[in-house]
Design a protein around this ligand. Structure first.
Ligand SMILES: C[S@@+](CC[C@H](N)C(=O)[O-])C[C@H]1O[C@@H](n2cnc3c(N)ncnc32)[C@H](O)[C@@H]1O
Length: 289
């Protein structure tokens, strides 16, 4: 399809807009809390990738660079990590962190992993911490990522599983639904945090893209939403399904929503004062056949 001006429509235009306008800068602001929250499941995903010294790794949707630095440590000075992302503000932060860490074996590029023609057979590993759920055409994206791998190369990623197993992302939205309209996509697999929630579909997509030995392990976890109730409320209103609708909300609506959020999250305050809620993610591995 052409846009009418002769230029083909840009892939993933909505996600590009989102991660470069509101969401990207928010992730930069909340970087520490998000890294702490995702670290354990991220490390488990990296372990599943069996990254070895000297290897070349493509880190897809690398965001603010936390995983690039850990991957760089694992591949060592003779290896290479290429981090790609569509979000310029997040990559800017990743560049700062890579510079500070003097990680000479990391390169960062603005690139859409669905359509960027990576050199065929370049990488030993394609890795992603929650970065493969946002493709409008996951079949094309997985084919593209497979092409980037050498034969025998591995893919490893994590992705949120069913909505009902992830109340940390959904409970608040349900609680405030009477006050704020939160659009639900007609397609349950639409690009977003739950884009790969359906394990059977993900397995089929990977197999159809030419991957073999597809393994899906579901990991349940407690996710720390904040060190205190106030922090958890602030984080949850700035991220996830509430962020966009609340950006336009009046002060009155914000006050009501904040009260409701305190009620919901207040039920999950642990003895150390931190707020933790249940979550579940797939850890997915596959091999370039
Ligand atoms: C949930 S965030 C995870 C960021 C990072 N991996 C982490 O764990 O901190 C998803 C990331 O994927 C990126 N992303 C979304 N669609 C992408 C695409 N088509 N190509 C490359 N990156 C993409 C977003 O910009 C964002 O940085």
């Amino acid at each position: 399809m052409s846009s009418g001006s002769g230029t083909p429509p840009r892939a993933n235009a909505e996600q590009v807009e989102l991660w470069n306008s509101e969401t990207g800068p928010r992730w930069v602001k909340l970087e520490r809390a998000l890294d702490a929250m995702l670290r354990d499941v991220g490390l488990a995903t990296m372990d599943a990738a069996r990254v070895a010294r000297g290897e070349q790794v493509l880190d897809v949707g690398c965001g603010c660079g936390d995983t690039c630095l850990e991957l760089a440590r694992r591949v060592g000075p003779r290896g290479l990590v290429v981090g790609v992302d569509i979000s310029r503000p997040m990559l800017e932060r990743a560049r700062e962190r890579v510079r500070e860490a003097k990680a000479d074996n990391v390169r960062l590029e603005v690139a859409d992993a669905q359509v960027t023609p990576f050199g065929p057979g370049t990488f030993d590993v394609v890795h992603s911490r929650f970065g493969l759920m946002f493709f409008e055409d996951p079949a094309a994206a997985f084919r593209n990522l497979r092409r980037a791998l050498r034969p025998g190369g591995r893919l490893a990623t994590c992705a949120w599983s069913a909505r009902e197993k992830n109340p940390w992302l959904t409970a608040l939205a349900s609680a405030v639904a009477a006050v704020v309209e939160i659009p639900t996509p007609a397609d349950p697999h639409a690009p977003g945090p739950f884009g790969l929630h359906d394990g059977a579909r993900t397995r089929e997509l990977l197999s159809a893209a030419g991957f073999a030995q597809v393994e899906m392990n579901e990991r349940r976890m407690l996710l720390q939403l904040g060190g205190t109730l106030d922090e958890a409320v602030a984080h949850c209103l700035q991220l996830g399904p509430l962020a966009r609708p609340l950006a336009q909300a009046s002060d009155d609506v914000l006050e009501v929503v904040t009260g409701l959020a305190r009620g919901v999250l207040g039920r999950h305050v642990a003895s150390d004062g931190a707020v933790r809620m249940q979550g579940a993610a797939w850890i997915v591995t596959a091999v370039h056949a």
